[in-house]
Unconditional design. Structure first.
Length: 618
C-alpha cells in the first residue's frame, strides 16, 4: 500500500498565495512524517507575503470585478446621447446587448481554461481583453464599431467575473469563504446600482466616452498589482508544453456551448423587439441553439476526454439543485431590476436619475445582507438556510410588487424592494458556497463557471419573457384607446408615454401599462417559486466539520482520494465521487489510505474565526 504524502504547501492545488497564512497553520498539523513527499525546489522557494500585499491583492480583485459589473449598467443612461450622435437609435440597444451576450456566453470557458493554463494567467488575459475593449469603445467612430467593441469588452468581463470568484475559492478555505464572497457580491451590487448614475454624469457633464476611459486607470492599477503581488503556487503545477495544453481543450464542447448560448441570446434579444416571436429570424436561431445544446450533451458524455462540463457534476443532487435554482433566481432578479425603473419612470413619472436613486435602498440592503450572511456562514458553517430563505424572500417581495399602483406610498415601495433585496443578498452570499460544498477540488472552477452561466443565462431569459408580456399587452390594448401613430410610437419606445403622448390619452395608457407590469410580477412569482422548490433539494454539509479545507488538498497528489470521504472517515454523499477516485490508477487503495490519514488528523485541526481570517487577509 503506498504511503500517504504530507499535505505540504508545495503539493497543494488550491492553497497558498496571498490568503494562505491560516491554511499553512492547518497544513503543519496534518503532515504525516512517515509518508512525506518532497516538493521540488521551485515550490519550496515561495517568498513570504506581507499583509499589505494581501490587502492590495484582494482590493485589486474587487476593483476588477467592480469594472466588469459597472460596464453592465453604465450605458443605460448614455444610450440616447450615443444613438443621436451616431444617428443610429434603432440599433443603439445592441451597445448594451452585445456586452451582456458575450459576458454570458463565455462564462463557462474561462474557468476551464484556468484549469489548463493557470488561474493567474487566465485572469490577466481577461483583464487585458477588457481594457483593450474599453479603449476601442472609447474611440469608436460608428455605432457598429461600438457594438463590436462592446462584445470584445464582454469577453474580458466574463474572464474577470468568473476568475475572481474562482481565485477566491482557491485562496480561502471553504469554511471561511463566505465573508470574502460576500464582500465581492457587495462590490458587484454597488457597481450595478451606481453604473447608471456614473454613466449619466459622464454623459451630461463630460462625454459618454469617459464611461470607457475610466476603466483604464482603475483597471491598469489592478492589473499591475495582480501581476506583481498575487502569487498562486498552485499555478506552478500547470506545467507542460503549449501543445500539450492545447490538446486538453474541449474544442467541440466550447464551440457547442458558445454557439448555443449566442444563438439563444440573439433570439431572445430580437424576439418581440425587432421581429415578432413567430418570425423565422427568431425561430431559426432558437432551433439551432437547441440542436447545439443536444450536441453539447453528446460531446461532453461521449467524446471529450476533458469535458467542459464534467458529467459527474450532474450526478450530484446539490449541484443540480443549485444550478436549477440559479436559473430561476437569475430570471426573477434580472427581470425585477429591469422593470422596476419602468414602474418608477412611466407609471410614477420619475426622471431616469430619480429612478436610479429609488433603487439605492434595495441595492444597499443587498450589499448589507450579503455581508451579514457571509459572516454568519463563516462563523457557523451553515449555508443551506440562507439559500432557501434568500429565494423565499425574493419570491415574497416580487409577489407583493403586484400591489403597486399609481398612488402606492413610497414607504411601501421602499419596504417591499428592501424585502426582495434582503432575499437577493442572502442568495448571492450562499449559492457559490453551496455548490462548492458538493464537488471535488478539481471541479471548483468548473462549478463556479457553471453557476455564473446559469444565473446570467436565466437573467437573459427572464428579461425576454417579461418584455414579451409587456409588449404583447401594449400592442393589443393600446391601439384600442389611442390613434395608430401613437400606438406605434409607444410600441417602439415606452418612454414616449410620458415624453410625447397627448395628455388626453395619458391616463388610459398608464392603466394599460400598469396592468402589463402586474402580469410581469405574477409570472415572476412562478419563476421565483420554482427556484424556491429547487433549493429544498439541496443537501447540507456543515463546513465546520471539515477539519481540513479542500483548498489545502491537491487532487494531483495521492491525497486527492481523501476528498472522496469526509474527515471522520465517512463516504461523501455526492454520487459518483468515490467511483471517480477509484477509477484512477490505485484509486481504491488510495481511498483506504486517505481514510486512515483523515481520521488521524481530524482531532488536531484548529478552527480559526472569520475575524482572524479577515484581519490576516485584509
Amino acid at each position: 500500500m503506498p504511503s500517504t504524502p504530507s499535505l505540504s504547501k508545495a503539493s497543494s492545488t488550491h492553497a497558498g498565495g496571498v490568503f494562505s497564512e491560516d491554511v499553512e497553520k492547518q497544513e503543519s498539523l496534518h503532515e504525516q512524517p512517515s509518508a512525506a513527499v518532497e516538493p521540488n525546489a521551485s515550490e519550496q522557494e515561495q517568498p513570504p507575503h506581507h499583509k499589505w500585499a494581501r490587502a492590495l491583492t484582494f482590493v485589486s480583485l474587487q476593483l476588477s470585478l467592480f469594472l466588469a459589473a459597472l460596464d453592465n449598467t453604465i450605458m443605460a443612461t448614455a444610450l440616447p446621447t450615443i444613438g443621436s450622435e451616431f444617428q443610429s437609435m434603432g440599433i443603439a440597444s445592441w451597445a448594451v446587448n452585445s456586452y451582456i451576450l458575450t459576458l454570458d456566453a463565455f462564462q463557462p470557458l474561462f474557468p476551464k481554461f484556468s484549469d489548463i493554463f493557470g488561474r493567474r494567467n487566465v485572469l490577466i488575459v481577461g483583464i487585458v481583453i477588457f481594457l483593450i475593449g474599453s479603449i476601442l469603445c472609447a474611440v469608436s467612430k460608428t455605432m457598429i464599431m461600438l457594438i463590436v467593441c462592446r462584445a470584445i469588452q464582454g469577453i474580458g468581463g466574463a474572464g474577470i467575473f468568473s476568475m475572481v470568484f474562482v481565485i477566491i475559492s482557491d485562496l480561502v478555505p471553504l469554511a471561511k469563504r463566505g465573508i470574502y464572497q460576500a464582500l465581492l457580491n457587495a462590490v458587484f451590487a454597488l457597481a450595478s446600482v451606481f453604473g447608471p448614475l456614473i454613466g449619466g454624469c459622464f454623459t451630461e457633464y463630460v462625454t459618454w466616452r469617459w464611461n470607457f476611459y475610466i476603466n483604464l486607470p482603475i483597471g491598469g492599477i489592478a492589473l499591475v498589482v495582480l501581476v506583481f503581488f498575487m502569487k498562486l503556487p498552485n499555478d506552478k503545477q500547470h506545467r507542460g508544453s503549449l501543445a500539450d495544453k492545447l490538446r486538453r481543450i474541449d474544442y467541440l464542447g466550447n464551440i457547442c456551448v458558445l454557439g448555443a448560448a449566442v444563438l439563444l441570446l440573439v433570439a431572445l434579444n430580437l424576439g418581440g423587439q425587432a421581429y415578432p416571436w413567430s418570425s423565422a429570424a427568431v425561430i431559426a436561431p432558437l432551433v439551432f441553439s437547441g440542436v447545439l445544446a443536444c450536441c453539447l450533451v453528446l460531446v461532453e458524455t461521449k467524446v471529450a476526454k476533458e469535458p467542459l462540463f464534467p458529467p459527474r457534476l450532474f450526478r450530484i443532487r446539490t449541484v443540480v439543485s443549485v444550478l436549477v435554482a440559479s436559473v430561476f433566481f437569475g430570471m426573477t432578479f434580472n427581470a425585477t431590476v429591469f422593470y422596476l425603473p419602468y414602474y418608477f419612470q412611466i407609471v410614477r413619472g420619475d426622471t431616469p436619475m430619480w429612478s436610479g436613486i429609488r433603487l439605492i435602498p434595495m441595492q444597499l440592503v443587498i450589499s448589507a445582507m450579503s455581508t451579514i450572511a457571509g459572516v454568519v456562514i463563516t462563523k457557523t458553517g451553515v449555508y443551506r438556510p440562507f439559500v432557501i430563505l434568500g429565494v423565499a424572500g425574493l419570491t415574497l417581495g416580487v409577489g407583493l410588487y403586484s400591489l403597486f399602483d399609481m398612488t402606492t406610498s413610497w414607504s411601501m415601495v421602499y419596504g417591499l424592494t428592501v424585502l426582495a433585496g434582503a432575499g437577493i443578498g442572502s442568495y448571492f452570499s450562499s449559492n457559490l458556497i453551496t455548490i462548492q460544498s458538493g464537488v471535488e477540488p478539481r471541479d471548483i472552477a468548473v462549478s463556479v463557471g457553471a453557476n455564473n452561466f446559469a444565473e446570467l443565462l436565466g437573467g437573459a431569459i427572464g428579461v425576454a419573457i417579461a418584455s414579451a408580456v409587456v409588449n404583447s399587452n401594449l400592442k393589443s390594448q393600446v391601439q384600442l384607446v389611442v390613434p395608430e401613430e401613437y400606438a406605434e410610437a409607444i410600441s417602439e419606445s415606452p418612454e414616449y408615454i410620458r415624453d410625447g403622448l397627448p395628455s388626453q390619452y395619458l391616463q388610459p395608457v398608464l392603466d394599460i401599462y400598469l396592468y402589463s407590469l402586474r402580469w410581469v410580477w405574477y409570472i415572476l412569482i412562478i419563476m421565483a417559486g420554482l427556484g424556491f422548490i429547487a433549493t429544498l433539494f439541496i443537501q447540507h454539509k456543515s463546513l465546520k466539520k471539515r477539519s481540513r479545507p479542500p483548498s489545502i488538498v491537491s487532487y494531483h497528489s495521492v491525497v486527492a482520494s481523501s476528498l472522496c470521504v469526509d474527515e471522520e472517515g465517512e463516504k461523501d454523499d455526492a454520487q459518483g465521487e468515490n467511483e471517480a477516485c477509484e477509477e484512477r490508477p490505485g484509486g481504491a487503495e488510495r481511498v483506504s489510505t486517505a481514510k486512515g490519514a483523515s481520521s488521524d488528523t481530524t482531532t488536531r485541526a484548529p478552527t480559526t474565526t472569520a475575524a482572524s481570517s479577515i484581519s490576516t487577509a485584509v
